[in-house]
Design a binder for this molecule. Structure first.
Ligand code: ZN
Ligand code: ZN
Length: 413
């Protein structure tokens, strides 16, 4: 038996005025999600804790069964892992942005006019060389690479580094680029902050001379660093439960969380993390992995969250309906009576009104061979609150699933 764990990022919502005070999930036509609710068991889940708005890294960590209060070690490491860098214990990972900074050091565009991936790659050639050079001057290894558009990652590797340092990214346009400062009184934090500041200056010097920046309408003349993090010390799911697992996601951060949990990241052509993503391909890859040898596939879909951040209630409803259709085609290929458990949930609530992650619980439905069904037959935030799973924490879902697979050891004699 195996598990397909479907997470729609930020799918849960609050009642939305333009939807007649209903949530997008309540308004969307979702016969397949509803079918899971009908034949399965439902409930609501506080991804981390009641009332706590989680970041996607923390939330997905919890959904994979790890207590983020115990294990969370910063976003940057997940971002680096998710881009395929083999992070080692002690390495410090950062998320980076190409940005445009004026002569007085004020950030005028945190995304450097959303520079194209191709242009960013050309700048990275010069920067990764500069990073390696400065690193060897300072006695560390500095690895810098770009991912998509203005985004990139930096990894510092060496003795005596710390993630207890601040960001150089002011977080919004119109504010000055910040100096990185140590957040505790250790020589490690001081040393790491000095390295980051030196890199930041070296990058600005290299970028100001770069010929490409003379052509770009909005020059990418600085790199901002944030979210310093280290690898979390967590036992992989393979060891915790003796399962083989895989994940499908287009988002580096989520891929990184999954890699940290020991899941194999499947690269799916056409998975974009946006509205245009190929949902059929994502489900197909997940099903193929289950057919081959995976006991567990974590399938993450991003654009539900994007719609909320964009305050686009209608788009959210439409996209949920597309997810439902793709889910329906997947359910036709799975044997829920004898072989596969399917769970669907969200990693957190993202409010279409506020455009932010919120601390409200999310609905969950779980169907499969030996699930005890409840009376709920609709999949949404309100209906599932009456379900048989009642109210759980995000980290409770994995043990429940693994128990159904017979993978949880008995506690006591
Ligand atoms: Zn999320
Ligand atoms: Zn979000």
């Amino acid at each position: 038996m195996n598990v397909l764990f479907v997470v729609c990022d930020g799918m849960a919502d609050r009642p939305v005025r333009e939807l007649g005070r209903k949530t997008p999930l309540q308004v969307a036509k979702t016969p397949n999600m509803d079918r899971l609710a009908e034949i399965g068991i439902t409930g609501i889940v506080d991804p981390v804790a009641p009332g706590v708005p989680p970041g996607s890294d923390v939330a997905n960590m919890a959904l994979l069964g790890y207590d983020p209060y115990e294990h969370y070690t910063g976003r940057g490491a997940f971002e680096a892992l998710g881009t395929g860098i083999d992070l080692r214990p002690g390495d410090i990972g950062f998320r980076c942005n190409f940005a445009t900074v004026d002569a007085s050091g004020v950030v005028v565009d945190r995304r450097a006019g959303r520079i194209s991936t191709e242009h960013a790659s050309r700048l990275v050639e010069a920067l990764s060389e500069a990073a390696a050079e400065l690193g060897s001057e300072l006695g560390v290894e500095a690895i810098f690479t770009n991912t998509v558009q203005h985004r990139g990652v930096l990894v510092l590797r060496g003795e005596g580094l710390s993630r207890a340092i601040s960001d150089t990214d002011p977080g919004e346009n119109g504010k000055p680029m910040l100096k990185c400062v140590p957040l505790d009184d250790t020589p490690e934090a001081r040393k790491t902050a000095e390295i980051v500041n030196a890199l930041s200056e070296r990058f600005r010097a290299v970028l100001s001379r770069h010929p490409l920046n003379k052509e770009l309408p909005v020059p990418a003349n600085a790199v901002l660093f944030r979210g310093a993090g280290t690898l979390p010390e967590i036992e992989p799911l393979s060891e915790l439960y003796g399962i083989k697992g895989a994940c499908v996601s287009a988002v580096a951060l989520v891929k990184g969380v999954c890699r940290a949990a020991g899941l194999e990241v499947l690269e799916v052509p056409g998975a974009t993390g946006s509205y245009d993503t190929d949902l059929g391909a994502k489900f197909s890859y997940a099903i193929r992995a289950l057919e081959r040898e995976a006991d567990f596939v974590f399938l993450h879909i991003k654009a539900t969250d994007v719609a909320s951040h964009d305050h686009a209630a209608g788009k959210k409803v439409t996209f949920i309906e597309r997810v439902d259709k793709a889910l329906g085609e997947a359910l036709d290929r799975l044997d829920l009576e004898q072989e596969t458990y399917v769970l669907i949930t969200a990693d957190h609530t993202t409010s279409t009104r506020t455009g932010k992650h919120e601390g409200d619980p999310v609905p969950v439905a779980l169907a499969g061979p030996e699930v005890r069904p409840d009376d709920v037959s609709r999949f949404d935030e309100v209906s599932c609150a009456r379900g048989g799973l009642c109210r759980l924490r995000g980290m409770d879902l994995m043990p429940i699933l693994m128990n159904l697979l017979g993978k949880v050891k008995r506690f006591g004699f």
